[in-house]
Design a protein around this ligand. Structure first.
Ligand code: CTP
Ligand code: MG
Length: 214
């Protein structure tokens, strides 16, 4: 299987002076945590990182520093969807796993569990802990809802086809893209505790605390 790491975002909500994928967590750049978790996993043959085009060399130098080999850096796009689309062009295997550099706490054991599952779209979820309201004026039943996580696994042909149909749209998550474009509902698999995405300034502090206590 191929692996894509999304690391081409601006990280604007973290309010750092640089993209969050470069912030240090436990002494390592954030995106290196995702490389480490995917690297050497049986069944993953190639890792493709969608990078910020003008920072490609910085990514490559860091990867060299950590002695990672055979990692392909491809130019990400303006949107997350475009970053996935660009990286997908390098995917030739039957399945692809998509991870975000902003999620450092996925374990190798959990990756192996996901990889062992069958299905065209495999999506981790966590229980919806907050009540939710639709801005158009109605309530949604929390018990019917779950939150979607990464990493996600797709049949590569299915994901490529869905992305071709979705060109010009702006999906921020691939399982929704696959469902809307092809009607394929994912297999939902319970995520692991602590698999949160670093998005806001407070998340950085939480990530540091979790890392120190792991
Ligand atoms: N991402 C990407 N290409 C983009 C936008 C996002 O590869 N054009 C990646 C990010 O690097 C991140 C993941 O998708 O690993 C999830 O996106 P998000 O948390 O929204 O990160 P950013 O877009 O970087 O942050 P923000 O929205 O706050 O600017
Ligand atoms: Mg974003």
């Amino acid at each position: 299987m191929d692996a894509i790491i999304l690391a081409a975002g601006k990280g604007s909500r973290t309010e750092l002076e640089y993209p969050k994928q470069f912030m240090s967590l436990g002494g390592k750049p954030l995106f290196i945590h995702s490389v480490e978790m995917l690297y050497g996993i049986e069944g993953i043959n190639k890792i493709i990182i969608a990078v910020i085009p003008c920072m490609r060399e910085i990514f490559q130098n860091i990867l060299k520093q950590y002695n990672f080999e055979n990692i392909i850096c491809v130019d990400g796009g303006e949107t997350r969807q475009q970053s996935v689309y660009n990286a997908l062009k390098y995917c030739m295997e039957e399945r692809v796993i998509i991870q975000a550099a902003a999620r450092p706490f996925v374990t190798k054991e959990y990756l192996q569990e996901l990889i062992s599952m069958e299905g065209d779209a495999i999506v981790p979820y966590s229980e919806q802990i907050y009540s939710v309201i639709h801005k158009d004026g109605y309530y949604l039943n929390r018990n019917d809802l779950v939150s979607i996580h990464l990493p996600q696994i797709f049949n590569t042909t299915v994901l490529k086809k869905a992305h071709e149909l979705a060109v010009g749209k702006n999906y921020i998550e691939d399982s929704e893209l696959v469902f809307n474009e092809l009607g394929i509902f994912p297999k939902l698999v319970k995520s692991i505790e602590g698999n949160f995405k670093i998005t806001n300034p407070l998340d950085i502090k939480m990530a540091e605390l979790i890392y120190e206590n792991m």
